[in-house]
Design a protein. Structure first.
Length: 289
């Protein structure tokens, strides 16, 4: 793999480059990760396809936390690269397409809009079927767990069948415990959401604290900040308004510093009195995603 961003040319193994890009992406350095990928060149069509897919994943993370709209074009480029290499993008590209489809249906005009109202039922059904297919053909336990996670998210946030979602999150958590802190974090985050909604604040606190720890251990700066926002919600719920406000102010400041605009907006709304875990009907800021 050759980097030609300067007059110095370096050759590094593709796997090492993609590992470095993944670390930058998880930490919230989406622009830097993209620049590194765009500067890389390879004579091998297979490697170019992998680079394009990595760029699509970085773009999707930027869209999710940074409020950008980059993933669509990058996913198109990745699909073209795989076709040019006469390869099938396989499970990993299919999962990125699923995540992009989910984001497009759950975030409308920059706001989290859960539920099926106003959305094409066929699109919702197709997305759920795609997630089920990814689960059934996952090549390993962790990927199966990520598919279960999105089955839960789709069931929860798009189909509004909340009672059915926790079983998917529990399956995702079991898979994450086999070796993926980010998956465990995501599952705990949403299981804690159900605990919170049912009034079990001690259980929600336990899960949300653990999710924050796992996110920090995995290096996800934007993900850890979004988790701290939920801990601020619990502080307010249990009467610690001063602690809740102090934590939310720091989340707002730090999220703004890294360009995590969705979390920054949540923190700003929280400080103004909104509850980021409340349904849109009772809170203009919207429920967390």
């Amino acid at each position: 793999m050759t980097n030609t961003a300067s007059t110095i040319t370096t050759v590094i193994p593709l796997d090492q480059l993609l590992s470095a890009v993944s670390g930058l992406m998880i930490a919230g350095h989406w622009r830097r990760a993209t620049d590194l990928l765009d500067a890389a060149q390879s004579a091998e069509a297979r490697d170019r396809a992998r680079l394009a897919m990595a760029a699509a994943e970085v773009a999707l993370e930027s869209d999710w936390f940074g409020g950008t709209s980059l993933a669509g074009a990058r996913l198109d480029a990745a699909e073209r690269a795989f076709k040019e290499a006469h390869l099938d993008g396989g499970w990993d590209l299919g999962f990125l397409l699923l995540r992009h489809g989910y984001l497009g249906l759950v975030r409308i005009d920059g706001r989290f809009r859960p539920g099926p109202d106003g959305k094409d039922p066929a699109a919702l059904t197709a997305l759920h079927a795609d997630a089920g297919g990814l689960r059934d053909r996952a090549p390993d336990a962790v990927r199966r767990g990520w598919a279960e996670m999105y089955l839960g998210l789709i069931t929860d946030n798009l189909l509004a069948e909340r009672d059915l979602a926790p079983a998917h999150y529990e399956a995702a958590l079991r898979a994450g415990e086999s070796g993926d802190d980010l998956l465990s974090r995501e599952a705990l985050r949403h299981l804690g959401d159900h605990d919170h909604d049912s009034g079990d604040h001690p259980r929600a606190l336990e899960r949300w604290r653990r999710a924050a720890e796992l996110g920090a251990r995995a290096g996800t700066v934007p993900g850890t900040l979004s988790q701290q926002m939920l801990l601020a919600v619990l502080a307010r719920d249990t009467g610690d308004e001063a602690g809740a406000a102090a934590l939310a102010r720091e989340v707002e400041r730090w999220a703004g510093a890294i360009g995590a605009v969705t979390t920054e907006a949540q923190a700003h709304g929280f400080l103004a009195g909104a509850d980021p875990t409340a349904p849109p009907s009772s809170n203009a800021a919207g429920r967390r995603s």
